[in-house]
Design a protein around this ligand. Structure first.
Ligand code: C2O
Ligand code: CU
Length: 457
């Protein structure tokens, strides 16, 4: 008989029969109204909508390859769905109303049932009127654990959000759907929270090692983050591992993106470390980490890379199906007209209906898919941003790479920030059949026209 290790060495890990990973216990998630303490203690609580009335919703955890079964109950007074952002999911479970399922009516329910193929940091959120429902708090983390996670002292999720609150700490409702936000940067708020707390504090110990899972759940704000009193390495982006890279400057986290870090607390005992949000006129702590005591005498060595996920690379670019996606419109753009609902409309008529942007000359989700790819085909997509605004472009059901120097390379992402006047090309393997959204994750932009879809047959 051969020793087990030799057998493994010969046939290679990929040929091993996959053992079914442990399922997450079946559970329900109810979207409903509740109260949350977003603002400081001397201010009122805020009326929110949340999954199980919490902001963020409950943290769901499953082992890689495990099954997730969630009975979603809609206790709101408007339709809703749940989208599992970044999961390479079966299409029928993707939660896009009108494309993959009917919206779940008030009082109705829908069972989401899928497996999570990739370890990493993902999240779930409403995909119906998301510019309102997410702004009110309908989002939560979905963590897919490696079979053998890297050793850390603690594994902490940090969901950042940006709220627009009144002086009484109520969600500003009057500005929902405001045309100014739709045509400019989206709904930018005035109160940033980490895990629903505007003054988040997490006591740590010197030389403690944390895994920080950052996720931007804001409608439109791009966070520029700094580590103070923390030495950090980026280990994954949008759930997909990257070679560990020491953080030396600011971390850009666009709406819907995730950054996973390993951080070591370097600040001295009795001082405070921070995850800081930097803005033009200064910085403030999104999470404050007071240092109390010490975890060990010396810092740990630099972290190792995470094990790879079973994501297929984009494949051969030469034979790829290629398409362009030209973004137009918005304030300071000069879009004169676009197709909408099958007819050509002048900009003032589009604006009257809430539209301000177009993809390839069409505002809003078009009848026909942007591309129709055969299963297993390589797709390359050149995204041309001819607007005066950055856009956080998100593809459902797949992860993609950027094409640079004629090669698909770099991190595999599901959401990419495309700067003003920038052109980027992405490529991916269309290996997940179904109809998949491609849209700007600045939610007001999506609502105002920046949406299209792809079909994989
Ligand atoms: Cu995170 Cu189409 O969504
Ligand atoms: Cu946008």
């Amino acid at each position: 008989m051969w020793h087990r290790r030799q057998v493994l060495g010969l046939i290679g890990a990929a040929a091993l029969p996959a053992l079914p990973a442990a399922a997450m216990p079946r559970r329900s998630l109810t979207a409903r109204a509740g109260m949350a303490r977003l603002a400081p203690a001397d201010m009122p609580e805020t009326a929110i909508w949340g999954y199980d009335a919490l902001v963020p919703g409950p943290e769901l955890r499953v082992k890689q390859g495990g099954r997730v079964t969630v009975d979603f109950v809609n206790a709101l007074d408007q339709p809703s769905t749940v989208h599992w952002h970044g999961i390479r999911i079966a299409n029928a479970m993707d939660g896009v109303p009108g494309l993959t399922q009917e919206a779940v009516a008030p009082g109705a329910s829908f069972t989401y049932d899928f497996t999570a193929p990739d370890a990493g940091t993902y999240w779930y959120h409403s995909h119906e009127r998301s510019w309102e429902q997410m702004a009110r708090g309908l989002y939560g983390p979905l963590i897919v654990e490696e079979a053998e996670p890297p050793e850390v002292d603690r594994d902490l999720t940090v969901m950042l959000d940006d709220w627009r609150l009144t002086q009484e700490a109520a969600i500003d409702q009057a500005s929902f759907g405001a045309m100014h936000d739709r045509a400019h940067a989206g709904r930018i708020g005035n109160w940033v929270t980490a895990n629903g707390d505007g003054e988040a504090v997490e006591p740590v110990r010197r030389h403690e090692r944390l895994r920080l899972r950052l996720c931007n759940a804001a409608n439109a704000r791009v966070f520029e983050l700094a580590l103070n009193g923390l030495a950090g390495w980026v280990i994954a982006l949008d759930g997909q591992p990257v070679p560990p890279e020491l953080v030396t400057g600011l971390l850009t986290l666009a709406p819907a993106q995730r950054i996973e870090l390993i951080v070591d607390v370097t600040a001295g005992e009795g001082t405070e470390a921070a995850l800081a949000v930097t803005e033009r006129d200064g910085a403030y702590a999104a999470v404050l980490y007071p240092v109390d005591g010490s975890a060990r005498a010396e810092p740990l060595p630099a972290p190792a890379a995470l094990p790879p996920n079973p994501v297929a690379p984009p494949g051969d670019l030469a034979g790829a199906l290629a398409a362009d996606l030209v973004m137009e419109g918005g304030a300071m753009g000069n879009m004169a007209a676009a197709m909408h609902g099958g007819r050509r409309m002048e900009i003032r008529d589009l604006v009257a209906e809430g539209y301000a942007w177009a993809f390839n000359g069409t505002a809003g989700i078009p009848e026909a898919p942007l591309v129709e790819a055969a299963l297993g085909q390589t797709v390359r997509l050149k995204m041309v941003n001819s607007t005066a605004w950055p856009h956080a472009m998100h593809l459902h059901g797949h992860h993609f790479q950027e094409v640079t120097g004629g090669r698909a390379q770099g991190p595999l992402r599901d959401t990419l920030l495309v700067g003003r006047s920038q052109t980027v090309e992405i490529a991916f393997l269309a290996d997940n059949p179904g109809d998949w959204m491609l849209h700007c994750h600045m939610l007001e932009h999506a609502a105002a026209g920046m949406m299209t879809w792809l079909r994989v047959t």
